[in-house]
Design a protein around this ligand. Sequence first.
Ligand code: FAD
Length: 518
Amino acid sequence: MMQEIQLRISLKDEEKNDILLLKAAQYLNIPKQDITGVKVLRKSIDARKPKIIFNYKVAVYIKEPLPKTSEYDFHYQDVSKAKAIHIIGFGPAGMYAALRCIELGYKPIVLERGKNVKDRRRDLKAINQDHFVNEDSNYCFGEGGAGTYSDGKLYTRSLKRGDVRRIFENLVYHGANEQILADAHPHIGTNKLPKIIQNIRENIIKYGGEVHFETRVVDFSIKNNKIEALQLKNGDEVITDRVILATGHSARDIFYLLNKKHIAIDSKSFAMGVRVEHPQHIIDSIQYHCSGERHELLPPAAYSLVQQVNDRGVYSFCMCPGGFIVPAATANGEVVVNGMSPSKRNNKFANSGIVVEINADNDLRKYEKFGALKGLEFQKELERLAFTAGGRSQAAPAQRLTDFVEGNLSATLNETSYQPGLQSAPLHSLLPKLIGSRLRKGFESFGQKMKGYYTEEANVIGVESRTSSPVSIPRTDTLEHTQIKNLYPCGEGGGYAGGIVSAAMDGERCAEAAIVGL
Ligand code: FAD
């Protein structure tokens, strides 16, 4: 038989061999010899008190063999001769839309402006070393979208646990470690993601789908409120019956194109701010209540902070323990920062976005003339400001945390993981007041919540501006655009996702909707 139980293991016990088996036998009051295996279903760490506890949910197999590693069957089938669905963009939303099309018996044809994961790497090097941003191939654009060279944290606020599980199992099917199915805070890591994404592409092609890189869609031909053809940058035209638009929140040219063609788009509330970088040991010592090195069984510590300041939320976003800050601009002339970490999270810095909610109705009055694009124009202005303040390269403007809050220019900065380098700049006075003054108050309150967080050993680095889309593309209950019947706005760019998992889930939903009546 199999029985599911919860176990609480202390840090001292966690070190012992076979501790789960011993504790399970004790809990169930049976001889340990009767237990044939213990499978971890969920694992989390409770570090709220100095006595750190590992919480486990385990399946205990009693006098019955442990099942073999799970086989996940996604019913992929040959779709090489099936009806086609065009998917623009090969980020998490586009990838999962393509996989779902294959399961449903339709042929996905993916058009992606960027390069495959391998070739994309060279363009990332050029951003970091030569300060040159290829507008089709960067940290946001290319195979796997913004999800490839991302942190690969798989958290989502979605309550649809069954759908979330499907997304995770599909990642495992394509090579991710099974541990993501058990961890309370699953994380893949930027070093592992490219291979998984390459496996997804190879699987799509194996079952008869198509993936075209360096293929940017620049226009649509529309007749009777339907897209008839897609125009590509190289001048080619692609006739189509169904289009899933999964171009992400950084594809500004797509938002401009829709606006120019009077295809409805809306402005949307979003968030912007800075990234803060601490030495990891400071965050470890606060979170694990230790003065020296953290215990070797403990992962680099994370944090999550939120504070209301003058009616707006100030909160930590995409916190990366043991990570790097990366240049996430999609064009030259702008500086954008974001964060990621390798699977081992073994870098010596902890970074996190600290952002302020921007309310599209109340905070952007000065930008009303841009209509639905007002948030996007505000975002662009801030990124250009960061470019100028950073010295007109990919170097980013920065300040020590204490100087930022107290309003002083930093004479020197701390060491950083941000490869293009930092330039001391008075971010406290450069950032618009609605962001800058709230951030300063927010940091003060974070320092009270986490003693030691407010320190001159941390840098504040600008600007964290691509947390979510400032534009949404409206769709009906059938997921079609409100005007264009065969267009399915999808993922983060449509305003329907905020991260890898929710984008993937929306990709699946759009595929299911797009096949109706085809
Ligand atoms: P995208 O991933 O943005 O993909 C859109 C794709 O469309 C791109 O590949 C782009 O090249 C392509 N495209 C755009 N325009 C065109 C066009 N005209 N023609 C053809 N193709 C086009 N999320 C998490 O959940 N966890 C994390 O840990 C995490 N870390 C991140 C770290 C970094 C550095 C970054 C940049 C992002 C991170 N994110 C993270 C956010 C996450 O990557 C996005 O939420 C997610 O990728 C959105 O998926 P998407 O498919 O909707 O769009």
